[in-house]
Every structure is written in C-alpha cells, then in structure tokens.
Design a protein around this ligand. Structure first.
Ligand code: GLN
Length: 198
C-alpha cells in the first residue's frame, strides 16, 4: 500500500488527508524530518506560503524534502505548496524550496474576493472535467523544459504565462491577455516527478 505524507504544519492538510483516506491511500501527517523516511511521496498542501516557508525552516524540513526529491520520490504541491516547490518567485518572501523549474507569482488573480471556480479538462487524471477551485491562487508565469503542463486555464497555450504583470488597481487576470494561459497543473519530468496543483 502506498504511504503518502501530507505536510501538516499549516493550511488544508486535514482535507488532503481525508481525500487520500477516502481512496484507500495510507496518509500520514508530516511535521518532522523523520516522518518522511517511510513515505512513498509527499503532498505540500495549500495554505499561506510565507507561513509554510517559516515553519519549514523552524521544523528543519527543507533539506529532507529536497532529499526526497533527490531519491526520486514524488512531491505534489497544491497552491501554496506549489509556491514552495518553485525555483523562482516574484517576491523575497516566502523562500521557496527550488525543487521545480517554474516561476510563480503569488496572489496573481488579485484579492481574496477574486477567488473563483472553474471546470477544467485534465486528461491524464480523468476524462471528465475537473472542478477546480482557485482560492487566492498563484500563477505560473514561466515553465522550464523539464516541466510538462497538463492543463491550463485557457486549455492549451503551451508554456502557460510568459509575461510578468504587476498587479495594479482593477487588475483582472481572468480577462487580462497575459494571464490567459496561466498553467494550473504541471508535471515535473526528468529524474523526479513532482506535480504542482495551484
Ligand atoms: N495566497 C496563498 C499564498 O500566497 C496561497 C493560497 C492557497 O494556497 N489557496 O501563499
């Protein structure tokens, strides 16, 4: 049986664990480096990435999570978790783990009230459209050659967003042409296979 850890220092880890258990996956809360040892994979959940970043430092988890990826064990990042996996973000804080070759802008759709839901076709996961929920979500503005985009908001623009656009008053990325190709699902190819779901 697969043993999947969920980083349980902040954010929606309880919801991730409940879903894993509902599909008969053995799910374990991860708070300390030793909790990673017996795992087949790890999920870094959504939440608030500056807090996640600080707690990962305090709990001494950074090196061991990087070690998991170096061992070839997959790491999945949801939303704030994806921000933590990135190797480039547009701000000084949080300090990401640098495990996935993507550039990410936090809170790129605007404020909390600009959160939204949308059906997306994610073919490798299911033939049915998937109901995606973007809660103050990040945008991927750059994907490296080791990253495979599985779905994007405009469903098809290769490479997702290519330009960085500062958030101004009245900024609406859902209609902004530069954000039309924002990637929402990515798979990190090569040695390690991480998946990021903002
Ligand atoms: N806005 C959060 C951040 O920047 C991410 C939101 C989420 O995880 N749903 O950390």
């Amino acid at each position: 049986e697969l043993k999947i850890g969920v980083l349980a220092v902040q954010g929606d880890f309880a919801e991730h664990i409940a879903i894993l258990r509902s599909i008969d996956v053995e799910a374990r809360e991860v708070r300390l480096p030793e909790h990673l040892e017996a795992l087949d994979g790890l999920i870094i959940p959504g939440g608030e990435s500056t807090t996640l970043s600080r707690l990962m430092t305090i709990y001494d988890l950074r090196q061991s999570v990087a070690g998991m990826v170096a061992d070839g064990r997959p790491v999945w990042g949801t939303c704030a978790g994806m921000i933590m996996l990135a190797n480039e973000i547009t701000e000084q804080d949080p300090v990401p783990l640098g495990l996935m070759d993507i550039g990410v802008q936090r809170n790129a759709f605007g404020r909390q009230v600009d959160s939204f839901e949308q059906e997306l076709q994610i073919t490798p996961l299911s033939p049915e459209p998937y109901h995606c929920i973007f809660i103050r979500a990040p945008v991927v503005f750059r994907v490296g050659s080791s990253v495979e985009v599985l779905a994007s908001l405009d469903d098809g623009a290769p490479g997702g967003c290519t330009a960085r656009q500062p958030l101004g008053d009245g900024f609406s990325p859902r209609t902004h042409p530069r954000y039309a190709g924002a990637s929402v699902f990515l798979q990190y190819g090569g040695m390690n296979s991480s998946v990021a779901v903002p």
